[in-house]
Write a protein that binds this ligand. Structure first.
Ligand SMILES: [Zn+2]
Length: 466
């Protein structure tokens, strides 16, 4: 039996707006508990919501980024349920007529396209804050505008889901839709997952709610996939249930048996008008979307011929991508710039100035420093903020190309007792130890020797001693 996993996502994205969706309370994370609240977002009887059009800009951006068609007319509905974080007793969402439909996102690593079923606007619930044995409901989050992105069940693995979420987060963040701060709940993921025998119909799905990091999402998928596979392999049945992922134990627990849409008794929100989105408005929003990280990284691969994984890393940060592009243009050596930057940010998590990158890659290209030295130099210059050329002259950083100096170091290394075995091994045909000996010479010359020259002088001397 070959089991296949089928996954669909619902991603909740908090929109970057000044105010909440249906009142004039501030939409702001981190304020003291219950300071941004009013009779509308608290759902007091008789309070009438007013749609905040500010939310349309990030919403239409989301739709365009996901390649969705934007509906001219959409509408809000009430989703009725009772929960302590929902004072109105219903959530205002777009159930019957979402504002955006039928998009797609391409995943380069997986080499496949994920279809987007729809995007709708809705208001967030309040937040339940637990501290010790005290529980508080914080209404600051109640009414914060959300976009819910609903995908088709097109994912077949946790890796594909992670790739999708990373692309989504980068693109939405770069275009200002959301701040993308997962740790503050700006993106929350619900996972629908089922397992079935390949070639058969899809299995019964379960839903894992409210995952707040990509790592947790991946681990939850793995845990639930394994659980379902074990049950199915043993001939058991999967029940339609809503689950919670316990991050510490890395297991899923049943929250409740899954409700169907009937249970929510949806009906059109009587207090709100239709939402109208005109073609002109869509064009204006489109003109305001910058080149997206996903588009930019594809361009870097085709225009600069750098490796795809490097392009993805570089485009993960606008500033880093800008520095790369400046460096690549100025030096005419994109792959050197990409290598230097990827290793630099990988180690430090920082972005160097373009001028420093250009100076260092120029020296590398002219053969004045080795690539190892280039990495060190980039780090030192970042820390001390010095002028690259001045610093190099002062520190005597340039590569040693003088044969005599290298040969002296080579002879020292070959004469040392601790290296005798390596020399013998080499002469007996073990070419691999050459790298070890090159390393020893390099260390003596503080990494400043020309590696090619060192290798040659070393082999010449090894042969002569034969
Ligand atoms: Zn309010």
């Amino acid at each position: 039996m070959m089991l296949e996993t089928v996954i669909g996502l619902e991603v909740h994205v908090e929109l970057n707006t000044e105010h909440k969706l249906f009142c004039s309370c501030k939409n702001r994370f981190g304020d003291p508990l219950n300071t941004n609240r009013c009779e509308i977002c608290e759902g007091l009887p008789g309070a009438i919501p007013v749609f905040n059009e500010e939310a349309l800009i990030p919403s239409v951006k989301t739709a365009l980024i996901l390649g969705c068609g934007v509906e001219e007319i959409s509408r809000f509905d009430r989703k009725n349920y009772f929960y302590p974080d929902l004072p109105k007793g219903y959530q205002i969402t777009q159930f019957y007529r979402p504002f955006a439909k039928d998009g797609k996102v391409y995943l380069p690593k997986a080499g496949k396209t994920i279809r987007i079923r729809e995007v709708h606007m809705e208001d967030d619930a309040a937040k339940i804050v637990r501290e010790g044995d005290k529980t508080t409901v914080d209404y600051n989050r109640c009414g914060v505008p959300l976009n819910e992105i609903v995908t088709m069940p097109d994912f077949r693995s946790g890796e594909e889901v992670t790739e999708f979420l990373e692309i989504l987060r980068k693109d939405l963040k770069a275009s200002g839709v959301t701040d993308g701060k997962m740790e503050q709940g700006s993106m929350r993921v619900d996972v629908n997952i089922s397992v079935h025998d390949e070639g058969e119909e899809f299995g019964t799905r379960t839903e894992i709610k409210n995952l707040s990091s990509f790592k947790a999402t991946y681990k939850a998928i793995e845990a639930e996939r394994k659980r379902q596979e074990e049950i199915i392999s043993a001939g058991g049945l999967i029940f339609q249930q809503t689950l919670r992922f316990d991050e510490d134990k890395e297991t899923v627990e049943v929250m409740r048996n899954k409700e169907n849409s009937d249970d929510y008794k949806y009906f059109p929100e009587p207090d709100l008008d239709d939402v109208i989105i005109t073609e002109d408005f869509i064009s204006e929003v489109r003109a305001d979307i910058p080149e997206l990280p996903s588009v930019r990284s594809e361009r870097f691969v085709s225009e600069y011929k750098i490796r795809e994984e490097d392009a993805v890393i570089l485009c993960g940060d606008d500033k880093l991508a800008d520095v790369f592009e400046k460096g690549a243009k100025k030096t005419g050596d994109p792959s050197v710039c990409a290598n230097l930057l990827v290793s630099f940010t990988g180690e430090t998590g920082k972005v160097p100035d373009a001028e420093v990158l250009i100076a260092v890659s120029g020296l590398l290209k002219e053969g004045k420093i080795s690539s190892g030295m280039a990495r060190t130099l980039l780090k030192e210059l970042f820390e001390n903020g010095r002028d690259p050329y001045e610093y190099i002259r002062e520190k005597d950083f340039l590569m040693i190309t003088d044969d005599g100096a290298i040969e002296e170091a080579v002879l020292q290394v070959l004469g040392e007792e601790e290296n005798k075995k390596a020399v013998r091994d080499y002469l007996q045909g073990k070419d691999k130890v050459l790298g070890f000996l090159v390393g020893k010479v390099m260390k003596k010359l503080k990494g400043r020797a020309d590696p090619e020259k060192t290798r040659k002088i070393l082999t010449d001397n090894l042969v002569r001693r034969d």
